[in-house]
Design a protein around this ligand. Structure first.
Ligand code: NAP
Length: 246
């Protein structure tokens, strides 16, 4: 059955791979981004080439008004949503907690925690109005259970919060027919590592993973798409680690 989904942070990396996989299944996609309009436009063009409706929507997930507008624009362009991928997230350069500035901590929690909660809140408001129900997939991280010592305990904690969000919201929304699950990627080869100041991180650390390599955005997207699809109709409050055994 064709679906309509919104992917936050859909312009690059895991969000992009998810949006394009959805398009190839015949699903309409809203592609949110914050800065890289060209990358988002390219995802939209590729989705349209697959024969589906697609729209790029600028908005900072940490800003409430942006998030509310993002959902309104998505439904106006594509119709009622069936699925939302709460994916946008950031890291910062490796550091010990004792050396982290309050500005860094504030931005980390604003984007990864407040942003995820605001997007999940709007998703709940929209999907509970859909008679067919819906599916919310939160992109967390294995950092939530590893803690990321010496690298980024701030990031790990932000992802711990989104794991709790997935658990609690799944119970809140179950009676409305809205499923909520999380995917926890491990070391995935995307540009997030460059934005954290270590562009070759996935290449350098890949051999230390149990499967001997970093994962790809497409491998994570497989799990996200399954959780959005009707194939996972009895799955809620669950976590799928796509982490090569880490
Ligand atoms: P990425 O390649 O850096 O892409 C990040 C995406 O999020 C981009 O589309 C970016 O938009 C968007 N974004 C960033 N801040 C935003 C904001 N404030 N508002 C709206 N959009 C924003 O990252 P990725 O590796 O695909 O990561 C996606 C998710 O997976 C994140 O939640 C991340 O924590 C999680 N994850 C990644 C890994 C990994 O190893 N890659 C591992 C575990 C978990 P622009 O293009 O406009 O900048």
């Amino acid at each position: 059955m064709g679906k309509t989904i919104l992917v936050t942070g859909g312009s690059r990396g895991i969000g992009r791979a998810t949006a394009l996989k959805a398009a190839r299944l015949g699903w309409s996609v809203a592609v949110n981004y914050v800065r890289d309009a060209d990358a988002a436009a390219e995802v939209v063009r590729e989705a349209e080439r697959a024969g589906v409706k697609a729209v790029a929507i600028q908005g900072d997930v940490a800003v409430e008004a942006d998030v509310i507008r993002m959902f309104a624009q998505a439904t106006e362009a594509l119709g009622p949503l069936d699925g939302v991928v709460v994916n946008a997230g950031i890291v910062a350069p490796a550091s010990k907690l004792q050396d982290m500035s309050v500005e860094r901590l504030r931005r980390m929690f604003e984007v990864n925690v407040l942003g995820a909660y605001l997007c999940a809140r709007e998703a709940a408001r929209h999907l509970t109005k859909n008679a067919k129900g819906g599916s919310i997939v939160i992109v967390s991280s294995v950092a939530a259970r590893l803690g990321s010592p010496g690298e980024y305990v701030d990031y790990a904690g932000s992802k711990g919060a989104t794991d709790s969000l997935a658990l609690g919201l799944s119970k809140e929304l179950g009676p409305d027919g809205v499923r909520v699950n999380a995917v926890r990627p491990g070391l995935i080869d995307t540009e997030i590592h460059a934005s954290g100041g270590y562009a070759t991180r996935a290449l350098d650390l890949g051999s230390k993973m149990p499967l001997g390599r970093a994962g790809t955005a497409e491998e994570v997207a497989e799990a996200v798409i399954w959780l959005l699809s009707d194939a996972s109709s009895y799955v809620t409050g669950s976590f799928i680690d796509v982490a090569g055994g880490r």
